[in-house]
Design a protein around this ligand. Structure first.
Ligand SMILES: [Fe+2]
Ligand SMILES: [Fe+2]
Length: 417
């Protein structure tokens, strides 16, 4: 009983913490981590509901967003993140998570390999066979809005006792997790709203510039967070600072080209390469974008402004717009001809240096009106070649270190056909 009280307090504290996280993906990852901590689960997965088109009908499925596994993580070098396969499951009795989504009820299974014969769901052990990890006890529960709309499903796996033995989840665990799920759902709904607003801003930019698609900005933001996390690990950035920065970075990176809304249609929608004059006008999207984020007190505005302004600066100082005042676009530092000097090396904020790599990588991998996608080999050779000229060489190193995570992110947000 004493332990239950303690854990319950932790849930209340957590509620306040979760309400500070703005980004949906980061929130999902954190919710899964905390759900596992609450009931001492070795592993777990979090799924969200998505609508897909199937034979002309729209059907809801569950898409896995994060999988965590302490046992598998122990086998990885420090700082490395687990790679998991991205898949969707139907909302049906074919799987426990699907059945949980269907019935919106918590399911506590003591032994997955001995499911009672009268159970209405089944267990597919293929994943265990592929991963070599044995799932024994599971607690699967829905994340519901106050009006019972399904947001997602969490499955926590293999409860550990103090000695590290796997045991079934208890009735106390069911009670704790039900309260946890209610709080997590409130935070999730709020993050969905923030995400919707930002996606609308991006949709506006997309209406003006069809090259800048929703999937592109999602991928760029995802790659940026992956790069930042490894950088922060290398530089021993404290966990709390790391979490705050990456949350803001994610949203700000999505908005990197939002300044394009201020560029003329004639240029934006030109189905060919720009002339040198058009290219010069196009470059103004950096300053226009920065001008949208006015409050220097807010970390969200500051990082969004940094990214908009500097994602086309080059490490060697040859990028644009250089040293200009984002409010007035007047040069601050100039060369002999009165042109703004380019920002060099660490004069470019970390967030801008990170998004620069993420944006170029994604553009090279994608089809554009004036070019086909490059082969993976060509793209990687180009990124490698640009270390120290266009890109921060340390970030290029990091990029190659985490390439598997980058590719996984590519699968999370595939290009629309
Ligand atoms: Fe840009
Ligand atoms: Fe972009």
């Amino acid at each position: 009983m004493a332990r239950k009280k303690l854990d319950f307090r932790a849930i209340i504290r957590l509620d306040a913490e979760l309400s500070e996280i703005q980004d949906l993906d980061i929130l999902l990852e954190r919710i899964l981590l905390e759900a596992r901590k609450t009931v001492h689960a070795d592993a777990g997965s979090i799924y969200v509901v998505e609508t897909a088109e199937e034979n002309g009908n729209s059907v809801e499925r569950l898409r896995i967003k994060y999988a965590q596994n302490d046992t598998s993580k122990k086998g990885l070098p420090p700082g490395q993140k687990m790679i998991y396969s991205v898949f969707t499951v139907p909302i049906s009795e074919k799987s426990i998570s699907g059945y949980c989504a269907l019935t919106k009820k918590l399911i506590n299974v003591h032994d997955m390999y001995n499911i009672p014969s009268d159970a209405l769901y089944s267990f597919n052990s293929d994943y265990d066979k592929r991963s070599g990890y044995k799932t024994i006890s599971t607690l699967t529960f829905p994340l519901l809005t106050s009006d019972s709309r399904l947001l997602g499903v969490i499955q926590v796996i293999n409860k550990k006792d103090r000695k590290g033995n796997t045991i079934p989840f208890s009735e106390d665990d069911e009670f704790l997790i039900t309260h946890f799920a209610a709080n997590a759902s409130v935070a999730l709904q709020r993050a969905y709203m923030t995400r919707m607003m930002i996606l609308r801003m991006i949709k506006m930019a997309e209406l003006r510039d069809p090259k800048e698609t929703g999937t592109h900005v999602n991928r760029v933001a995802g790659y940026s967070v992956e790069i930042y996390e490894r950088w922060a690990y290398r530089h021993a950035v404290p966990e709390i600072e790391r979490e705050r920065f990456r949350d803001t970075l994610k949203i700000a990176a999505m908005l990197h080209d939002v300044g394009k809304v201020a560029i003329s249609d004639v240029i934006l929608k030109k189905p060919a390469r720009f002339t040198p004059e058009e290219y010069l006008i196009m470059q103004h999207h950096t300053v226009y974008g920065a001008g949208l984020f006015e409050d220097p007190q807010s970390p969200e505005d500051r990082i969004s402004r940094d990214i908009s302004l500097t994602h086309h600066e080059n490490w060697d100082g040859t990028g644009y717009p250089g040293w200009v005042d984002p409010e007035t676009a007047t040069p601050i530092k100039t060369d002999a001809d009165g042109k703004p000097l380019g920002k060099v090396r660490e004069e470019i904020p970390l967030s801008g240096r990170i998004v620069a790599i993420a944006d170029v990588y994604d553009a090279l991998c994608s089809k554009r009106v004036y070019k086909d996608p490059w082969s993976e080999e060509q793209v990687l050779a180009e990124i490698h070649n640009l270390a120290g000229t266009k890109f921060d060489p340390e970030l290029v190193d990091i990029f190659f270190e985490i390439l598997p995570n980058i590719k996984q992110m590519q699968n999370l947000y595939p290009e629309r056909q």
